[in-house]
Design a protein around this ligand. Structure first.
Ligand code: SF4
Length: 239
């Protein structure tokens, strides 16, 4: 694996190229910190379009806050969030998350801003239904803490560009980003949002390298990763 100076250069260049192509993404798509927390649970195993429908229902029913979720009946929530899929399970998870924040800070998220991100992360991971990606999305986007969010897109793009192996663990890939970029929450926020754009539009299970803004020789860390990306383009042009 390449050394950290090389990874640092590559991570910076990928960011610059993606930012130039897509422009600032202004994430997360939510008006309040509470809405971001709720959205982070609802987006598990589904796409954002479905989450939006569930959020509209919650808003109309005046249940789009952690205190309202904490007071609501689980079955009522399940009915409202039905469009997001796995609605019974997610209603249970929402209730658990809301209870956690009710106990921890009386649902006043602003009161948590001074918490140590790593130890607060450990607390969040103990909450029913909160895995690493959900916890980190809450920490970064709702609580403005400098934690890098890893998702399937991040893993796919990073491995295809030679930054890690395809079966890298969540924690190891998070270290690649966090130890090679300035610990800056705005940078982490923007970077993850740009990764989602690349993943959604181009770096799909079947990559669309031919039209992807990241298809530049200098953005591949190893000869093998560049060769593979070129092959996908050749295979398409032959088809
Ligand atoms: S589609 Fe190709 S060029 Fe774009 S990020 Fe994925 S591997 Fe890289």
């Amino acid at each position: 694996m390449p050394d950290n100076a090389v990874k640092r250069r590559l991570l910076n260049e990928i960011f610059e190229v993606a930012l130039k192509h897509f422009g600032p993404r202004d994430w997360w798509p939510g008006d309040t910190a509470d809405e971001i927390v709720i959205g982070a649970v609802l987006t598990q195993n589904t796409n954002w379009t479905n989450v939006e429908k569930a959020i509209v229902n919650l808003r109309k029913a005046k249940k789009l806050s952690l205190s309202a979720v904490d007071r609501a009946r689980e079955q009522t929530l399940a009915t409202l969030i039905r469009p997001s899929g796995y609605f019974n399970l997610k209603a249970k998870r929402l209730k658990a998350v809301a209870r956690f924040f009710a106990d921890r800070c009386n649902c006043d998220l602003a009161a948590l801003r001074g918490e140590d991100p790593r130890s607060f992360r450990e607390e969040l991971l103990q909450v029913y239904g909160v895995g690493e990606e959900t916890a980190d999305s809450i920490l970064l986007y709702a609580l403005d803490m400098p934690i890098f969010v890893i998702d399937a897109y991040t893993k796919r793009i990073a491995s295809r560009h030679g930054l890690c192996s395809a079966d890298v663990s969540y924690g190891d890939l998070q270290k690649v980003f966090e130890s090679n970029l300035p610990r800056d929450r705005q940078l982490f926020n923007e970077y993850h949002a740009l990764i989602v754009e690349v993943g959604k539009d181009f770096c799909r299970p079947k990559p669309r390298c031919e039209s992807c803004p990241l298809f530049l020789d200098r953005l591949f860390l190893t000869k093998g990763s560049l060769r593979k990306a070129r092959q996908t383009v050749c295979l398409k042009s032959q088809a």
